[in-house]
Design a protein around this ligand. Structure first.
Ligand SMILES: Cc1cc2nc3c(=O)[nH]c(=O)nc-3n(C[C@H](O)[C@H](O)[C@H](O)COP(=O)(O)OP(=O)(O)OC[C@H]3O[C@@H](n4cnc5c(N)ncnc54)[C@H](O)[C@@H]3O)c2cc1C
Length: 300
């Protein structure tokens, strides 16, 4: 119920405007968001690198409404890749295709994404393509396949909560597209997604095992210790042939523990001003975060 409320609030434009322009609110998001600028993002990536943690930088933003905004998003991510390379950091970038113009046309989005993947290849990095709500999955995967046919410097996200995902995993494994497996963060109807947490967890486990057996350099994006233990117990791959991925600011203890055991752990590090939808999805995942925020509000 609370989850649905936060996910509904994540689409509230007026609240979003108020929150994103409030200096106090920005301070409160610091646990999950590196800051407003690429330099703030790089500072965090540098610090994580010193702690033996990898990173993927995400410039927050989604659902742009003009080609100029989509082009700006691409230029900003090209700048992020150049900054990562100049700093000599082993980071990738993560994008959402609606940030690159998916709502404005598949070709426009493909052109922008293709230029970014080429830029990633030039600096030996990778573009990780987030998965958005179920309405976008077919078009996202079609674009991923076209991008991957030209350039393999990418990874695509699949969401365990969708009933369709076993078929998508099978297809992507056959094409050798690296996958980041997550549970799924959007408010989906029960006609397309498992409604219960236990069913999502079961689906995640089965898909993770399939990726361990047949996937290309898979990434397991979860903070769920039971799933992480199950993956480790089942895994016969070398520790350099897969990654765990987690969100910046969440389960720092687990991140450090896995890195100390020699596992690759990559953190998703968001930065930028358009933080509201991302932030609300994090609150939806764990209502206890609201109390953390409230406590800091009272202190501020
Ligand atoms: C690297 C990465 C990339 C992602 N990319 C996408 C994407 O492209 N598309 C998409 O739909 N979703 C994405 N997600 C979000 C994902 O779908 C889940 O919503 C999110 O990871 C929570 O699920 P969980 O696997 O951690 O399990 P859960 O069962 O939700 O949580 C397990 C435990 O993790 C901790 N935890 C989880 N979330 C939080 C939180 N917000 N705050 C504090 N503690 C928390 C708690 O201790 C909780 O008990 C991504 C997640 C990660 C880690």
């Amino acid at each position: 119920m609370l989850r649905q409320t936060f996910l509904a609030l994540s689409r509230q434009r007026a609240l979003r405007h108020w929150m994103e322009t409030s200096p106090r609110a920005l301070r409160l998001t610091r646990r999950f968001i590196a800051g407003s600028t690429i330099d703030a993002g790089l500072d965090v990536v540098r610090r994580l690198h010193a702690e033996r943690l990898l990173a993927t930088l995400d410039r927050l933003g989604e659902n742009v409404s003009t080609p100029a905004e989509a082009e700006l998003a691409r230029l900003q991510m090209e700048h992020a890749l150049a900054s990562i390379a100049a700093a000599g950091l082993p980071a990738t970038v993560s994008i959402k295709l609606t940030q690159f113009g998916l709502d404005l046309g598949d070709q426009l989005c493909l052109d922008n994404a293709s230029a970014l993947v080429a830029a990633a290849a030039r600096v030996a990095s990778r573009v990780e393509i987030d998965m958005e709500s179920s309405a976008y999955v077919d078009r996202t995967l079609a674009i991923v396949e076209r991008l991957f046919a030209d350039n393999s410097c990418l990874r695509c996200v699949l969401q365990a909560y969708l009933y369709r995902t076993p078929d998508d995993v099978q297809r992507m494994n056959r094409l050798r597209v690296p996958i980041r497996l997550c549970k799924g963060a959007y408010n989906e109807p029960r006609s397309v997604a498992h409604p219960s947490k236990s069913a999502v967890d079961r689906a995640y486990r089965e898909l993770a095992f399939r990726l361990l057996d047949e996937g290309t350099y898979p990434a397991f994006a979860t903070h769920d210790p039971r799933l992480i233990d199950a993956i480790i117990a089942r895994c016969t791959r070398s520790r350099s042939d897969f990654e765990f991925q987690m969100l910046y600011g969440i389960r720092r203890d687990l991140q450090a523990q896995l890195a100390a055991q020699g596992y690759r752990v990559r953190l998703y590090v968001p930065y930028g001003d358009a933080w509201y939808p991302y932030f609300m999805r994090r609150l939806a995942e764990r209502p206890a975060n609201v109390f953390f925020i409230a406590r800091n509000l009272l202190r501020a």
